[in-house]
Every structure is written in structure tokens, then in C-alpha cells.
Design a protein around this ligand. Structure first.
Ligand SMILES: [Zn+2]
Ligand SMILES: [Zn+2]
Length: 914
């Protein structure tokens, strides 16, 4: 069977075929391993995209990084589980379906809850899988056999279990509370869902008459309509301006209600008049003050932010209309002292953009302090590592100032709160399953709480609920704690912090197989309750001008469109190559175009290889050993020893880079090796051994080296470019590979025995010589096809021997007709170049441009001086010398010597020119 590869590289067709193959063959499915399986474990949870979602660049980056690490671990023999799923996304999904209904002239309310929820499920069946289908195009090597949806029956059961357990532990309570209320969404939203915006507003000063005196107390507010709900005025006990008014009352203007003057710390003497109006039902701080003083809570607005019956003459008005009326009436009645321009930090709903109204409402809460305590400890103690490190402090600051979590949402789509209210005795029954009758009075008039849980409540449980919790399962034993979480900064608190709190609470005492732990390198860790050992926060993808992408700016880059044009492999490679930790990515499609060219280069190299192998040794297949070795390497020519040495060096660096999430370094090292060293040099160097008339044994050996090296390079590249590597890898085995996929082959591990310093040094000299000649040719504008003679001077006999032994290669690659050694230095001649090891002179008649040549040399000198100074600094640095490996120090010393020689040569050349 010959090795076949289509002539042209067409990523679209290749990628669609392999994406489908990986899923169909269930290649990434992981069965629960039996006890005694001691493979190291790598578990990763995919941050579940919203079921309404469409793949954006953030996902693409996130999933590319995860997939690189997952494939890398799998190829290194880890038991690797990457768990995919989608989130039901309460508000987002409900709003999507409501919009659809509106376009059909229907509404959620007339439909009723049950029918509406059915309709959302229908929508989910039809459209909910879109984002996962898009993920398949990325090649994400997730375990599709374990795909979940946060509203699956088993996950919903776990959610109810968690709710009941927290309730029974006193960690869930119901209470009136000031929440951020979105009148448009008709629900409470968490602090995190409120976006603050600075806008120009007014600060109104209103005076309240003090009963029994002819005095007034002046208070200030940006929301004058809330005065209708005032139930006190506070002053500070230490504020002498008001001492004589202690114990008195004021008459609330417009409402004619008598309210007390109270003494409270909320009033700050240094701020304004020092007096504060107290509206417990419409302001969080006033709410707390009201509680301290047992003040009534008068709600003057309803759910739609219209004034309620409690607002007297203003009832039924929209809040902003009411504001105008209240101000006008205050003016008319002489109570408005003034209105100043004032900058307001206006809270808006993140989803609808509506101005949020602080509102009193009955909600369910999680008492957060006990949960937060453990979650803080887990990060402080290093049981969970957060990378980059600056996010650790952000997390800790936030966790130390956390408030109780409002978990109820006034929605229909989501996990309905497992609480039943008795219509007769008003008992509140918290239960795992719907009770048949009231546990207190036996009534069957039970109604389930109408609220659902915050979406993040269920996603916060995923690290263990996806592994079978509340049952104790072998999956938990093996895969929990998960190894790593890769996510975006924007959900650090929404999601990551909640997972840590829930994990530490519910998985405490959970045991992990020690052998598994040891092998995965976490043996020193003690706390098995944490949901993951490490959190890696990835950067943002911005546009090419470093602008944040936004729909309003119209600069959103659609990853699928980029994939259509350049292929998934090139898109993945772009994101990896640009992903330096802690730096945002300025996505530039010209880079992607460049990486498509890289893929094309690899493709053509493969075709070149197959053409030769099929002619010389068609039955040849790569050796399947995990390390890429050159057997009996002394018998191989220089180029083989050099490329295998380099390959092992690069493999080492790539493994180290991936270990530290330095994706960009890994990608760039592979790129330089594959294109720079392998395609540009090795394939050229090896040609004579493959050519017509070559010795059959030599040709065979060359083919074997070539195919083994190529196989190693493909495996090295596979995690970043999974598709093209899969395609060529199968072709290398002429369609009958030893494994179903390159994804299951071993990742190249560096073999130190293959490092051949001598070969690398020799090859560097030859490359230096060839590049020098090419540069001179370009400068002298020598006709590209013209073969010219070359003169070489070197004072080192090994260098002379090296050049002599490789004169064929040099002549071919530098297009020379004859390489001749001369007995003295060539620095004075035009068309000459010097290095520390040799001088070369291209013999070509041309007048020397003295000025240009002098300029070029002085530039070179400048560069040399800099490098010399650098070296001296390093060699004079005791600390550096103590830490740096001996071979590095030796290298710097050698280079310093070389530079001295070179400087002398160049200086004498400059002298000649003057
Ligand atoms: Zn809203
Ligand atoms: Zn009852």
C-alpha cells in the first residue's frame, strides 16, 4: 500500500471528517476504571456554555487551551476525563423563549407555567445543542458519553438534596430583604448581575418640619420619590446641631405622616446637613438601620416599579413620572431647598439594561459566612492554586467581603425551589420530593414555592454532581477533585467561588485513592474536598487593535468564520501561539493566515516524504516507540544526528512549557522546529541521499530517519493542530495504523542520550556559512541562478575539515560552483563576511560601496559591543553564576571569546576601508 495524501491541503474537508470520526469512534470516552488501575488521572470540567449560547472567541480560546492540555495528558498516559455539558441558563433561556412567544402574539402569562416550561424544553431539544455541535468543529476531545445538562433528572435530584441539606444545617433561610430588583425581568438579581454606570443626576435637598417647633431638618436624596416610604430621619448622637431635637418627630411632607427622629451611626455629621432620611423598604443601608430601630417597612413601589397604594396620591405612576410629580409638589409646598448637579453610580440590569430598583422582597438566602470560611482556607493554604497569581488576591478580597447569597429567582425556567407551602396551616415544608400532605396539619392543600434557584446554584455543584453525587461512586473516588479548571475572569465569583464553597462543604471527608493521587503529583495535598487543584484564568481575546470586542462597536470576530476561511488547526494555533500568560490576545487574522501556510508547509513536506518513501521503501512505517530515537546514531550522517538532537531538545522544552501553561512558547518552539529546522534545512540536506543514483542502503536509512522524525514531530504538534496531524499520521501507516488515532499515541518525551552537542555545533557552523553566503549574494545582487566561487579562510582545522566534508551541501544550498580554502584572512575584500570561526568571500566582480560597507560594519560592531557588555555583566554576576547550569555559563564564556576575535577582525576591516 502506498502512502496517500491528496495534492492540496483542504482543511475544511479533513477537519469535518476527523471531527466526525472522533465522536463516532467514542475515542475520548472514559469508562470508570476498576480498583487497582493506577494510571495518573487528569480531570477537567468544561465550563458549561449556556444552552442559548453561540461559540465566541472567548470559548474558542478557553477550549483550545483545555484541549491542548487534555490531549497532551492523554498522550502521556494519563487517565484523562474532560466532562462536557450545557447550562440551562435561567434568565437567558426564559427571555429567549418569551421573545419567540411575543413574535407569535402569545405571552408566558396567558400560557401558564406548565405549558411555558414545556415550550422551553421543546426549544432546548431543537436548538440547545448548537453550541456543542460547534465545539465538535473545534476538535474538543471531550467525553461525549458523559455529556450532561444542568436540568437532567439526576442533576436536579442532587440540587434538591443540596437545598434540603443546607436548609437542615441552618444555612438556607427565607427572609425579607432588600434585593436588586429588575422591573423588566421581574426578578431579583444578584450584586454581580448589576452593572454600575456613572451618570449626571441631581441631588435634591428636602426639608421636613419638626413637629412642635418652627424648625426644619434638611435631608438629601437622589431618588426623591422614595421619601414617600420614609419612616424616620436619623441624626448622629454626637452631632450638636441636633441635640435639642432628640426625641422629637417630623411631619413627612406630601404624606403628612409623623415619623421619629432617631439617633444612628448611619448619619455622618461631616456629610451635608448630617441628617438622613430612612426608607427601610427601598434602600439596603436604610433597611439595616430600620432593623436596628424596629421601624416599619413601607413599600411604595410594586414589581414593575410603579408606585403602589402606599404612595397615596402617586399610586399607579411609573417611578420616574412619580419623581417629577414629587419634586413639583415639594416645590409648590415650599419643602424643596434645592437641587444640585450630582454624579450618580446608577445600577443597571446586566441583561436588560433597566435601572435596578432596591426593593424589599421575600427571598431565599444562603448563609454564606460558614461556606466562605472553608473556601478562603482552601485557597490560602494552597490546596487550590490560582494562576496567574494576582487573581488569588482578588478572590480572597472578594470572599472576605461576601454577603449572603440570594438564591431565589422569580422565573419559571430553572430548578424550582423544593419547598411546599400549606394552604391551611401555612407550614413551610422543605423536602426532597413533593409531599402528599402537610406534615403539620395533614392538609393536602400544598403548593410548591413559585421561585426557581439561581442558575449558579446548580452549576456550582457540577464538579461532584456530574460524578454521581449524592451517591458515593467510584467515579468520585477516581476523578474528584478534578485537576484543573480553565476559565474566564468574569465568572471567577459567579461560578468558581461557588464551586469551591460547595465542594469544600459537601465533599469533606471524601477519600481519594492514594495511588491515583500520588501518580498525578498531588500526594502532598491533604484536602480532598476541593473541587479542583488549580484554577487557570485565561486572558481576553481582543481585536487586532487591542480593542475589547463588543456588539455595539461592531468589532466582534466570529471564530466560526475564521475557521471557515483558515481551518480550525490554524485558528487553534493562532490562539495558542499568542497566549502568553496574563496577556490579552490581539487577534489578528493575518497571523492565522500565516499558520494556515504553516499547515500547508507540513502538508507539502509530508507529500515530499511519501513520494520518496514510496519509491525507495514503500513498506516503511514509523517505529512506534514513544521516544524519537536515532538507533546507532554514530553511523548516521551529520544532518540526522543534528535533527534528532534538536527534536529531543524541543520536545523537552515543549513539555516544560505546557506544564506551566506557556502555550505560546510550546507553539512557537514547535513552529520553529517544524518549519525552520525540519522543512527548511533537514529536507534540503537529506535530498542527495534520496536522489537518483543514491546507494539503496543509504536511501533506505534516510527514509527511515525521515519518517520516524516526521512521526515524532506530528505527535509533538498534535495537541495544537489535531486535524492535520491525524490525517498525515494515518497516511504514514498507509491507512492501517497501530492505533485508532494519533491522539492515543505517545507524546514525545525527550531522550537525553539523543542530545548531540557536537552535531548541533557543527550544523550551526554550516548554517552560518550558508546563510552568510546567501546574504552576501543578496547584497551583491548576484543573479539567483548564477553559481559563483567561494573562498573560505579558517584557522581551525576541525572547521576546515567540517566544511571540506560538507562541500557538496554547501555548494548546493548556497549555489556555489567551487569552495576553495585560502591561507589568509579575507576581511579586507568586498563581498566578504567574517564569523569567529571562518571568513567567507564570494568571488563576484562588483565595485564596493565604501560608505555603505562602513555603515554596515559599524552597525555590526555596535551589536557586538552590546553583546560583549551583556556577557561581561552576566559573567560578573555572582548570583547568576551560582544559579545558572554549568553548560550555560560555559556557553556564555565561549561566546565571549568568539566575540573578542570577531571584534578584532571587524575593526581591522573598518581600518582598511578608511
Ligand atoms: Zn433585567
Ligand atoms: Zn398544614
Amino acid at each position: 500500500m502506498p502512502h496517500e495524501l491528496p495534492k492540496a491541503y483542504e482543511p475544511g474537508a479533513i477537519e469535518a471528517r476527523w471531527a466526525e470520526y472522533w465522536v463516532r469512534e467514542k475515542l475520548f470516552h472514559v469508562e470508570t476504571p476498576p480498583p487497582g488501575d493506577t494510571r495518573p488521572v487528569f480531570t477537567l470540567l468544561l465550563p458549561p456554555p449556556n444552552v442559548t449560547g453561540r461559540l465566541h472567541m472567548g470559548h474558542m480560546l478557553n477550549q483550545t487551551q483545555m484541549d491542548i492540555l487534555v490531549r497532551w495528558h492523554r498522550m502521556r498516559g494519563f487517565l484523562t476525563l474532560w466532562l462536557p455539558g450545557t447550562d440551562h441558563a435561567g434568565i437567558a433561556t426564559q427571555m429567549m423563549v418569551e421573545r419567540q412567544l411575543r413574535s407569535e402574539g402569545k405571552s408566558r402569562l396567558e400560557m401558564g407555567r406548565e405549558k411555558f416550561v414545556e415550550r422551553v424544553w421543546e426549544w432546548k431539544q431543537l436548538y440547545g445543542g448548537a453550541i456543542l455541535e460547534q465545539m465538535k468543529r473545534l476538535g474538543a476531545s471531550v467525553d461525549w458519553g458523559r455529556e450532561y445538562f444542568t436540568m437532567d433528572e439526576n442533576l436536579s435530584r442532587a440540587v434538591r438534596e443540596v437545598f434540603v441539606r443546607l436548609y437542615e444545617a441552618g444555612l438556607i433561610y427565607r427572609g425579607k430583604y432588600i434585593v436588586n430588583w429588575c422591573p423588566d425581568c421581574g426578578t431579583a438579581i444578584s450584586d454581580l448581575e448589576v452593572k454600575h454606570e456613572e451618570v449626571a443626576g441631581k441631588l435634591y435637598e428636602i426639608r421636613y418640619p419638626v413637629i412642635g417647633t418652627d424648625e426644619f431638618i434638611t435631608v438629601a436624596t437622589t431618588r426623591p420619590e422614595t421619601m414617600l416610604g420614609d419612616t424616620a430621619v436619623a441624626v448622629n448622637a454626637a452631632d450638636e446641631r441636633y441635640t435639642h431635637l432628640h426625641g422629637k418627630k417630623v411631619l413627612l411632607p406630601l404624606m403628612k405622616r409623623e415619623i421619629p427622629i432617631i439617633l444612628d451611626e448611619i448619619a455622618k455629621p461631616e456629610f451635608g446637613t448630617g441628617a438622613v432620611k430612612i426608607t427601610p423598604a427601598h434602600d439596603p443601608n436604610d433597611f439595616e438601620a430600620g432593623k436596628r430601630h424596629n421601624l416599619p417597612q413601607i413599600e411604595v413601589m410594586d414589581e414593575q416599579a410603579r408606585m403602589s397604594a402606599n404612595a397615596g396620591p402617586y399610586a399607579g405612576l411609573d417611578r420616574f413620572v412619580a419623581r417629577e410629580r414629587v419634586v413639583a409638589d415639594l416645590v409648590a409646598q415650599g419643602f424643596l431647598v434645592g437641587a444640585k448637579d450630582y454624579t450618580i453610580a446608577l445600577g443597571k440590569c446586566d441583561r436588560s439594561g433597566t435601572i435596578v430598583e432596591p426593593r424589599l422582597s421575600e427571598q431565599w438566602f444562603v448563609k454564606i459566612a460558614p461556606l466562605a470560611k472553608k473556601a478562603i482556607e482552601a485557597v490560602e493554604s494552597g490546596e487550590i492554586r490560582i494562576t496567574p497569581d494576582n487573581y488569588r488576591q482578588i478572590y480572597l478580597n472578594w470572599m472576605n467581603n461576601i454577603h449572603d447569597w440570594t438564591i431565589s429567582r422569580q422565573l419559571w425556567w430553572g430548578h424550582r425551589i423544593p419547598v411546599w407551602h400549606c394552604g391551611d396551616c401555612k407550614a413551610v415544608i422543605v423536602a426532597r420530593e413533593a409531599p402528599a400532605k402537610c406534615t403539620r396539619c395533614g392538609s393536602t392543600k400544598l403548593e410548591q414555592d413559585t421561585d426557581v434557584l439561581d442558575t449558579w446554584f446548580s452549576s456550582g455543584l457540577l464538579p461532584f454532581t456530574t460524578l454521581g453525587w449524592p451517591e458515593k461512586t467510584r467515579d468520585q473516588e477516581v476523578f474528584y477533585p478534578t485537576t484543573l479548571l480553565i476559565t474566564a475572569y468574569e465568572i471567577l465569583f459567579f461560578w468558581v467561588a461557588r464551586m469551591i464553597m460547595f465542594g469544600c462543604h459537601f465533599m469533606e471527608g471524601h477519600k481519594q485513592d492514594l495511588t491515583v493521587k500520588k501518580a498525578s503529583g498531588w500526594a502532598e495535598k491533604k484536602n480532598d474536598s476541593v473541587p479542583f487543584r488549580e484554577v487557570y484564568i485565561h486572558a481576553l481575546v481582543r481585536d487586532a487593535d487591542r480593542q475589547k470586542m463588543s456588539k455595539t462597536k461592531g468589532n466582534v470576530i466570529d471564530p466560526l468564520e475564521i475557521i471557515d476561511r483558515f481551518g480550525t488547526d490554524a485558528t487553534r494555533f493562532t490562539l495558542a501561539a499568542m497566549a502568553a500568560p496574563g496577556t490579552d490576545i490581539a487577534f489578528n487574522e493575518s497571523r492565522t493566515d500565516g499558520y494556515r501556510a504553516f499547515a500547508n508547509k507540513i502538508w507539502n513536506a509530508a507529500r515530499f516524504m511519501f513520494m520518496n518513501v514510496d519509491r525507495i521503501a514503500p513498506e516503511l512505517r514509523p517505529s512506534t516507540s514513544p521516544s524519537t530515537r536515532l538507533e546507532a546514531f554514530q553511523t548516521h550522517p551529520l544532518e540526522d544526528r543534528w535533527i534528532f538532537s534538536l527534536f529531543n531538545r524541543v520536545a523537552k522544552e515543549v513539555n516544560e512549557a505546557l506544564n506551566d501553561y506557556r502555550f505560546h512558547e510550546a507553539a512557537n518552539r514547535i513552529y520553529d522546529f517544524f518549519w525552520g529546522s525540519f522543512c527548511d534545512w533537514y529536507l534540503e540536506l537529506i535530498k542527495p541521499r534520496l536522489g537518483e543514483g543514491a546507494n539503496p542502503e543509504t536511501a533506505r536509512q534516510a527514509c527511515a530517519s525521515l519518517i520516524n522524525l516526521f512521526d515524532g514531530a506530528l505527535r509533538l504538534l498534535h495537541p495544537v493542530m489535531p486535524f492535520i496531524t491525524e490525517e498525515i499520521w494515518h497516511a504514514m501507516y498507509a491507512g492501517t495504523p497501530p492505533l485508532k488515532s494519533i491522539a492515543l499515541a505517545a507524546y514525545p518525551q525527550a531522550d537525553d542520550m539523543q542530545i548531540d552537542i557536537a552535531a548541533e555545533v557543527d550544523m550551526a557552523i554550516l548554517q552560518d556559512l550558508i546563510v552568510s553566503v546567501r546574504n552576501i549574494r543578496a547584497e551583491l545582487k548576484v543573479e539567483p541562478r548564477a553559481k559563483v566561487p567561494l573562498e573560505v579562510f579558517t584557522s581551525e582545522s576541525p572547521v576546515q575539515k567540517l566544511i571540506d566534508d560538507n562541500r557538496g551541501v554547501i555548494e548546493r544550498l548556497a549555489n556555489l560552483e567551487n569552495v576553495q580554502f585560502v591561507p589568509s584572512s579575507l576581511t579586507r575584500l568586498s563581498g566578504a563576511r567574517s564569523t569567529a570561526r571562518f571568513d567567507v568571500h564570494v568571488v563576484y566582480e562588483k565595485k564596493l560601496d565604501v560608505v555603505a560597507e562602513r555603515e554596515r560594519l559599524s552597525k555590526e560592531l555596535e551589536k557586538m559591543e552590546k553583546e560583549i557588555a551583556n556577557g561581561q555583566r552576566q559573567l560578573g554576576n555572582e548570583q547568576f553564576l551560582a544559579k545558572a547550569p554549568a553548560n550555560v555559563v560555559e556557553g556564555i564564556r565561549r561566546r565571549a571569546e568568539e566575540l573578542k576575535v570577531l571584534r578584532e577582525k571587524t575593526l581591522s576591516k573598518v581600518k582598511e576601508l578608511t
